[in-house]
Design a protein around this ligand. Structure first.
Ligand code: SF4
Length: 237
């Protein structure tokens, strides 16, 4: 477990002899990391994302649509959209106006409809209508950044990637597991410290923990299975 170092009191009441705060460790220790994931796995051995999809292409579209939107809101819109178009060819045939109509309940729907059509065009023209597996090709698609590419590579292709969303970023810094100022720093830190056996599902476990237990405003520490391993100052138990 990460230990909080107590600042040494000085006559002035300031911390440590040099007046500096003690250095914070960037990563949780190996035993803590292993125990965190052992418990999250025991609680939910086969975690699943909450976006609905029927193949890698619809997964990609759903993740693109989910930026700054809830999974439930995206699912509501995509049920009819994917019934009408579950391949890039069908999406192109449907056309931007009708895609926009299907997703108009989702934030930023105009830009997202444009991206869905543009990425479908690239999939057809450059990838034989298939979703590419490699990060560079995915990130070259309109509306697809590193996080989206990591989600698709993990869920559709079983790659042990860590997609850092707002929940994961918050709780990795909070518990902490790997501290970082940017999602990329947290991602690289987690990839470094999480044992191989947990990597495939790690981002799901952390996202679900952040979404339902270790919430942004009021973390539900009383029902948290890793409370004794957490050293957050926001902990309430
Ligand atoms: S104890 Fe509280 S702050 Fe720590 S991980 Fe659990 S829910 Fe989050």
């Amino acid at each position: 477990m990460l230990e909080k170092k107590r600042p040494r009191a000085t006559a002035s009441g300031k911390s440590s002899a040099a007046g500096k705060k003690p250095a914070r460790r960037k990563y949780a220790d190996t035993a803590t990391v292993r125990e965190v994931f052992t418990r999250l796995r025991a609680q939910n051995p086969e975690p699943r994302g909450e976006l609905e999809y029927v193949n890698p292409y619809t997964l990609l579209v759903a993740v693109v649509l989910s930026a700054q939107a809830t999974d439930a809101g995206v699912n509501k819109a995509t049920r009819a959209l994917f019934a009408a178009a579950d391949t890039p060819q069908k999406m192109l045939a449907l056309g931007e106006d009708r895609v926009r109509d299907h997703i108009k309940t989702i934030g930023l729907f105009r830009a997202k409809a444009k991206n869905v059509i543009a990425l479908s065009r690239i999939l057809v023209d450059k990838h034989g209508g298939q979703v590419p597996r490699d990060a560079a090709s995915l990130e070259a698609l309109p509306g697809v950044g590193r996080k989206t590419a990591n989600v698709v590579r993990n869920i559709a292709f079983g790659e042990p990637t860590i997609a850092v969303d707002t929940h994961l970023f918050r709780i990795s810094n909070r518990i902490p597991l790997a501290r970082g100022k940017t999602p990329l720093e947290v991602e690289l830190g987690l990839l470094k410290i999480i044992p191989q056996e947990f990597l495939l599902h790690a981002h799901h476990w952390l996202i679900l923990h952040g979404r339902y237990v270790c919430k942004a405003r009021r973390p539900e520490c009383a029902r948290c299975v890793i409370a004794d391993l957490c050293t957050s100052s926001e902990k309430t138990v």
